[in-house]
Design a protein around this ligand. Structure first.
Ligand SMILES: NC(=O)c1ccc[n+]([C@@H]2O[C@H](COP(=O)([O-])OP(=O)(O)OC[C@H]3O[C@@H](n4cnc5c(N)ncnc54)[C@H](OP(=O)(O)O)[C@@H]3O)[C@@H](O)[C@H]2O)c1
Length: 280
């Protein structure tokens, strides 16, 4: 019988790299707890960890991945270039510093964290990421929180399409139009705050579906993401939740249940608006 780790689909990205469809996010995991929490996730079977320079916990992620006893290539690690690190030269230095904190020679995926259009640096930053990938420091490159106009601009000005766009996406904010645009451009959709930061888990529709499958609401929401084709990176610091969120490969949501979750759309963002967000 296959292990849960083996049952996680590997989603092909541009350039031949594959990303495990279910990963583990560490936003808001305190730096001093990160190594322990990531070790828990690796023990549960996750082989994809999502961090960022801005989370200030890359060191803990690197420590856990290096000490767990797997080969480096068996764990897919993403980090991100923060707004204040944007620009051609700055982004190069930023990845260098992230690699130092992680204790790695390369990351699997490097993302521009936000477009921050008011700085007008994301195209220069993207040029830098293209070179970082050519230099072997990032196996794949992508963006986060990019709107269609930002995607079109980097593609038109550099000729290189991001492999992935990591965006806010959960049952109350489903990003239907953006997902269609990603399909057209052959960009993989990755969902952040996939559980609505836990706030959508007491939704009556989700609870009803969870009861029907004898599952938790979080497992139902993660299953919904997987079935619509998202790469998904739920976060938890709670060992039993970390484990339960990975136990989603022995049930399927039916068509009617998928439609019921689709109908929960409220166009309600939790995070900031990518067109205007600029935090230094
Ligand atoms: N690119 C971006 O701009 C961006 C922005 C935000 C997030 N992200 C990434 O996406 C990842 C996930 O997003 P997120 O951390 O914002 O939110 P999330 O994964 O949607 O939700 C995390 C919250 O849900 C709770 N939770 C987790 N599993 C649960 C369960 N089984 N039952 C009940 N509650 C549960 C967690 O509590 P406990 O931890 O207390 O267990 C935590 O409060 C981040 O960690 C980060 O890697 C990226």
């Amino acid at each position: 019988m296959s292990t849960p780790t083996e049952r996680v689909a590997r989603v092909p990205l541009r350039g031949g790299v594959e990303v495990p469809q279910l990963g583990f996010g560490v936003f808001q995991v305190p730096p001093e707890e990160t190594a322990e929490v990531v070790l828990e996730a690796l023990a549960a079977g996750y082989r994809h960890i999502d961090t960022a320079a801005a989370y200030q916990n890359e060191q803990g992620v690197g420590e856990a991945v290096r000490s767990f006893g797997l080969e480096r290539e068996q764990v897919f690690v993403t980090t991100k270039c923060w707004n204040s690190q944007q620009g051609y030269e700055r982004a190069k230095r930023a990845l260098g510093r992230s690699l130092e904190r992680l204790g790695f020679d390369y990351v699997d995926l490097y993302l521009i964290h936000w477009p921050a259009p008011s700085q007008d640096l994301y195209v220069d930053t993207w040029r830098s990421l293209i070179e970082l990938q050519q230099e072997g420091l990032a196996r794949a490159i992508g963006v986060s929180n990019f709107q269609p106009a930002h995607l079109r601009r980097v593609i038109e000005e550099t000729g290189v399409t991001p492999a992935i766009n990591q965006v806010e996406l959960h049952p109350y904010f489903q990003q239907e139009a953006l997902r269609r645009e990603h399909e057209r451009l052959e960009i993989v959709t990755e969902a952040w705050s996939p559980l609505g930061q836990g706030r959508e888990l007491d939704d009556a529709v989700i609870e009803r579906i969870a009861e029907a499958h004898s599952r938790t609401p979080a497992q139902v929401v993660i299953r919904w993401h997987l079935q619509i084709g998202n790469v998904v990176i739920p976060k938890s610091v709670t060992p039993e939740r970390i484990r339960a969120n990975f136990e989603v490969f022995d049930f399927d949501l039916g068509e009617e249940q998928m439609r019921a979750i689709a109908s929960l759309e409220r166009r309600e963002r939790i995070g900031p608006d990518p067109d205007t967000f600029l935090s230094p």
